[in-house]
Design a protein around this ligand. Structure first.
Ligand SMILES: [Zn+2]
Length: 339
């Protein structure tokens, strides 16, 4: 079987899978088909429901062919075939919000009431602060791929949940959500748009910043009870929107190839080993791509090649509490947990 992939990189990897084909407001789109041959037979892509046409474009690498689409609407569905035999699942088409720039689209989506784009907690949408910069990650693939979970971060500084627009835009980084220390929450990026939070994990994990202080040694505050409680509500929304996301931790990164410090690197490894030994996640790995390819609740450190201690050993140990397990402590973590 084959599947559709985003064109985030020139030669897409099989892990660049997508849940939806997001077409521009004028009904055009481009997408890769990974595994475009069935033996010697070149697959064909068709619009199997609704309006639209599919046209083959260039091949990239040995496994991917790019397809161009036009005339699509939200009623369109696409699928690849080997002869008359279906060779992928049926992909749903979603039309991008009106607005020529990604900033305009983000603004439109966050001022609307689409429950697939905005988080509703207790029946009401959370406060929206639409970012205009630092979103989308790649100009040619600004939309989320298959969502495998939620990644937890720490801001490293204090402030209300809705007070981070200037910081995000100034640094060219972002997260979908921020949760303040009193449990206040704001949404900055619509759920279908990539935030710039965890490098290679951006396309598959939504992201949330927990407001908390951190210092240069990598010591961080842990989550308050109010934050933990709000994070559970956010997690419930994620699982409601993406039913294939398991109520577990995603794979934990246990490698030592991205050194934090002589004390922190072994501490983070020990935490990953403890979480997977307790079976709170399905496993741990020294490969960041293996962690990105797993599903569940995750965190910055497990998804990015960059050596950053975010969200801190205290918060990582609290992650099991979001999915219904007890907190995990490892020997030596107290030195890196600030009050
Ligand atoms: Zn982070």
């Amino acid at each position: 079987m084959s599947h559709f992939v985003s064109l985030e990189r020139y030669v897409p990897s099989p892990e660049d899978d997508v849940d939806f084909l997001y077409a521009a407001a004028n009904g055009t789109a481009r997408l890769g088909l990974w595994g475009y041959k069935d033996g010697d037979t070149v697959l064909t892509v068709r619009v199997v429901a609704g309006p639209g046409t599919a046209t083959p474009n260039e091949t990239r690498g040995s496994a991917v062919q790019v397809w161009a689409f036009s005339g699509l609407t939200a009623a369109s569905r696409i699928q690849a075939f080997s002869g008359i035999r279906p060779f992928t699942g049926v992909l749903e088409v979603r039309l991008a919000a009106g607005g020529s720039t990604l900033a305009d689209q983000n603004k439109a989506l966050l001022s609307g009431s689409d429950p697939a784009e905005r988080v509703f907690i207790g029946g009401v949408p959370v406060t929206a602060v639409a970012l205009e910069k630092g979103i989308g990650d790649y100009a040619n693939a600004p939309k989320m791929g298959t969502v495998r979970g939620l990644a937890v971060h720490i801001t490293g500084g204090l402030g209300a949940a809705n007070a981070w627009k200037q910081v995000f835009e100034g640094r060219g980084v972002s997260a979908h959500f921020v949760i303040g220390r009193s449990g206040d929450i704001a949404q900055y990026v619509a759920a279908s748009i990539k935030a710039q939070a965890e490098g290679p994990g951006n396309g598959h994990f939504l992201s949330v910043e927990m407001v908390g202080f951190g210092n240069n040694s990598g010591a961080c505050q842990e989550m308050t009870e109010a934050q933990l409680s709000k994070l559970r509500e956010l997690w419930a929304w994620v699982r409601g929107q993406y039913p294939s996301v398991p109520n577990r931790l995603a794979w934990a990164y246990s490698g030592t190839a991205k050194p934090l410090s002589t004390k922190l690197t072994p501490l983070y490894r020990e935490m990953a080993k403890s979480l997977s030994a307790a079976n709170y996640c399905n496993g741990d790995s020294d490969s960041i791509s293996a962690c990105i390819d797993s599903g569940g609740l995750s965190c910055h450190y497990w998804l990015d090649n960059a050596a950053k201690p975010c969200p801190g050993i205290g918060i990582i140990g609290q992650l099991p509490q979001v999915v219904g397990y007890p907190r995990v402590r490892v020997a030596g973590d107290a030195e890196f947990i600030l009050s």
